[in-house]
Design a protein around this ligand. Sequence first.
Ligand code: GLU
Length: 417
Amino acid sequence: MPDINPFESLKEQIDDAAAYVDAGDGVIGRLKHPERVLSTTLSVDMDDGSIEQFDAYRVQFNGDRGPYKGGIRYHPNVTEDEVRALAGWMTYKCAVVDIPYGGAKGGIAFDPRGYSAGELERITRAFAVELRPLIGAERDIPAPDVNTGQREMNWIKDTYETLERTSEPGVVTGKAPSSGGSAGRVAATGRSTMLTAREAFDYLGRGIDGATVAVQGFGNAGSVAARLLDDVGASVVAVSDSRGGVYATDGLDIGAVTTHKRETGAVGGFAGADRELSNEELLAADVDLLVPAALENAVDAATARDVRADVIVEAANGPLTPDADNVLTDRDVYVFPDILANAGGVTVSYFEWVQNRQQFSWTEARVNDELERVITEAFDRLVEAYESYDVPDIRTAAYVVALERVIDAFTDAGNWP
Ligand code: GLU
């Protein structure tokens, strides 16, 4: 993975779009920097009686459009700058799909695979104690991200509610349904990836039916995107995870790959594949659609030259470096950006928060219908901006739309103090 600072990538993306936006340097400068950063070190009891330290961060990037919103990830690569970038991307993602939130992100720098459930609970609750003064249903609302899910969100909610002596399920989203979570939340990121791909192929006059697909990353986003793309008639010929991938010319049985991954911990070794392939080979696979669904910087300029897909739909946050973007634009590869394609997760988080406020549960069908409406409307707005602003690519169009919405909110409110 190239050593490119994602926060620098974010700032470059904003500068690229700022040229098309009517705002002064001071306003744009504000939109390149977070409003607030919590940097803390948690000291947590381990099962063997020792005490271990964990670096943890929460970045509240921008609150002009509503409460700060964004996930918490557990990963050894977490740094303060990575979390700053991810918090910025949340701001522009919420603006692209026009939900009333600002942007935030959190992370703890460790590999959760090496820890017991009890240790993970103590680490999560220790972080929740540090987060308590910053978060709240009207203030900042965490959610799952890489290596976190319903279990961690339930712990954060319980810690917060216990300390605050209240019931406030809307303080986090991505909870288990029994704790106030929404139907359809787990599949939402993969669903918006599928919807974006479907709209993209329609827009390009081709249709998703029969399109060949390679998916890099088989976590929550990638595995669901693969399954739903298969459901709408695409042929998913290659998938991979951090250890490597598998390929089948006639398409993989995604349900069977998912079962194999659950049982063995990896997609490698799947008996229904024609052959194994590396992540580099997957990114260069001869397919119609490439879906990077792992981590930042998966595709750099060198890898971008080898990409053979002519459409990329980003399920991960920040999977292409800015140099890769330039190479792909020059090569006429259409990139449908993360801040649209993976926005299903935060959109259904918003629906969860609305349901918590209503104290009323929506059916999964209603959640999926509302999600489809939000993603298709956002898609149409981006394509319209792409065609009318004379911008080089759809990512720049997305940032122009998002920046205009955030700037409007900032201008309406005024700069105070
Ligand atoms: N972690 C997800 C993202 O990157 C979801 C965030 C949320 O639901 O707040 O978009």
